[in-house]
Design a protein around this ligand. Structure first.
Ligand code: HEC
Length: 188
């Protein structure tokens, strides 16, 4: 009986909520962003790199920029600073799975290294790097991880073609069972 008595009240609540939704009241706060504001926020670069801006750089160009703008936190060689390591400290064979995220080594796509630096670094001075500097820094970090030669020019065309050593090891295993590794090739 109790449930039946409660039913009309529940229906009243549901009905009330949908009436509110249907009305969609206007509160008079906020405004539509301008095209320029949208451009400033719309900086995401997908794995294919089609949104990459013009610009170019090599590891040689990136080394002095790294020293000036990154080394104080990440260490002169990408190791030994207070911020996360940017180069593997493990022996070559184990480096893919050594401790630390090491984005410029373990990212599934080289383009994501560009996107991360462009979006998030240098910490507290985000958005101050030019596209050329970001290409050069990406080249430098890929170079110290033995992924590109020191004089390879990275730009919107060549960067998406850089093969990352992780291959397709981030692909989830189709027949995954609880308490076994979730990703192909990932030992943890
Ligand atoms: C003020 C200190 C500081 C400076 C300067 C700085 N970083 Fe960082 N960086 C950090 C911190 C802290 C993190 C970790 C952020 C997090 O985990 O959210 C980080 C993370 C990163 C990562 C990702 C590391 C990973 O494996 O996940 C990259 C790549 C990177 N920084 C590159 C750079 C580059 C290139 C520069 C120079 C343009 C730079 N950083 C300057 C502090 C700094």
């Amino acid at each position: 009986m109790g449930t039946l008595k409660g039913l009309p009240f529940a229906l009243f609540l549901i009905g009330g909520a949908s009436a509110l939704l249907a009305q969609s009241p206007t509160y008079g706060v906020g405004r539509a962003p301008t095209a320029e504001e949208l451009r400033a926020w719309d900086i995401s670069i997908g794995p294919t790199g089609e949104e990459l801006p013009p610009g170019r750089g090599t590891a040689k160009d990136g080394a002095p920029v790294y020293r000036a703008k990154c080394g104080s936190c990440h260490g002169a060689t990408g190791i030994g600073g207070s911020a996360p390591i940017l180069k593997s400290r493990a022996p070559k064979d184990d480096e893919l799975w050594s401790r630390g995220r090491i984005l410029p080594l373990r990212s599934p796509f080289a383009v994501l290294v560009w996107d991360y630096i462009n979006r998030a670094m240098p910490l507290n001075r985000e958005g101050t790097l030019t596209p050329d500097e970001v290409y050069a820094l990406t080249a430098f970090l890929l170079f110290i991880n033995d992924l590109v030669p020191e004089d390879q020019i990275l730009d919107a065309q060549s960067l998406p073609k850089v093969k990352m050593p992780i291959g397709d090891a981030y692909a989830p295993l189709p027949d995954w069972k609880p308490r076994t590794p979730r990703l192909k090739g990932y030992p943890y």
